[in-house]
Design a protein around this ligand. Structure first.
Ligand code: ZN
Length: 324
């Protein structure tokens, strides 16, 4: 029928014109607004609102922030990066729930600085011509090249992922695995050739599986099985030889803690008050450990693996805190 054919043609043309001027997906702005409504962080010297970025093409975001530190200034970034609200909130959560606990457990100190390698950048995935638009084009992604600990030590993904010592490799595995619980896309070394020197984190919408939002986590590792070192930095105590460490049939001295060997509830233990008094006179365990110095403020080394690659326009490294 001519009318139906004309209508079909009109629909097809309408469809075509939509493809010619693609629009940013609606969920992106909705996710930004939902995040802002929850006020997950405070605007501060470290998190400054910036002007809306609209284009080129569908690139951009409504409410960009220039971020120069996370956790309210506790963890610096090596530059100011443009990110959306959901990424900042997730990065804070990842830092406080995964990265800092792992750093304390593995190294006895916290991460003071993150060497990022790019956040907002209007480009395709992995900078491949004709590739899909990257989450970086919406400020919804960040690339992590390494970390600096409070006492100044640098940990780089490029070097330490494969060639770091056991605890350092375990730390990177822990932070990668923990990221998979916060972000919807996590790509580290081994996921493909482009990620040999950084971990890519983003909050892309991959659709839903029966178990909830679909996530991409590569390589899929889980937390490292390598045990954490002893916390006080002292050597492990010798194993207790239970054959020897059993109270013999010795009559306890006057005032000693009554011992109870064997199953079942023993007599209520009466610990002499003198023992508590003794313990109170001891300095706290922390007093034996050296205090960490202030974070070292030198920039990441020029030859460091944390140095961004690609063309300067891709780096997104230019600090642009608005003049106040
Ligand atoms: Zn990336």
């Amino acid at each position: 029928m001519p009318f139906a054919a004309a209508a079909a043609l009109m629909l097809a043309l309408a469809g075509c014109s939509n493809y010619e001027t693609p629009r940013r997906q609606a969920w992106r702005g909705a996710a930004e607004k939902a995040c802002l409504a929850q006020r997950p962080f405070q605007v501060s010297a470290y998190i400054q609102p910036a002007r809306e970025i609209d284009g080129p093409g569908i690139c951009g975001l409504y409410y960009p922030f220039k971020v120069s530190a996370l956790l309210n200034g506790q963890v610096r970034l090596n530059s100011a990066y443009t990110l959306d609200c959901p990424m900042i909130a997730r990065l804070d959560a990842w830092m406080s729930e995964t990265v800092q606990p792992a750093a304390r457990a593995r190294f006895g100190e916290e991460v003071a600085e993150i060497a990022a390698m790019g956040a907002y950048s209007c480009r395709t995935m992995n900078n491949q011509p004709g590739g899909r638009i990257s989450e970086h084009a919406f400020g919804n992604a960040i690339d992590i090249g390494g970390f600096r600990l409070a006492r100044g030590r640098e940990i780089s993904i490029r070097h330490d992922w494969w060639r770091g010592d056991e605890q350092t490799r375990a730390f990177l595995q822990d932070v990668h695995s923990g990221a998979c619980g916060e972000f919807t896309t996590v790509l580290g070394p081994g996921s493909n050739i482009f990620h040999y020197n950084h971990i890519h984190l983003d909050l892309a919408m991959h659709g839903n599986a029966s178990s909830g939002p679909r996530r991409i986590c590569r390589p899929l590792l889980g937390p490292s099985p390598v045990p954490e070192p002893p916390r006080d930095g002292l050597p492990n105590p010798p194993e207790i030889d239970e054959e020897v460490d059993i109270a013999e049939n010795v009559r306890p001295a006057e005032g000693a803690v009554p011992m109870h060997a064997g199953p079942g509830a023993g007599p209520p233990a009466r610990i002499p008050d003198a023992l508590f008094a003794e313990a109170l006179r001891l300095p706290p365990a922390r007093a034996y450990a050296p205090l960490p110095p202030q974070p070292i403020g030198a920039p990441f080394g020029q030859n460091s693996a944390s140095r961004p690659e690609g063309k300067p326009p891709d780096w997104d490294l230019v600090p642009s805190a608005p003049a106040r």
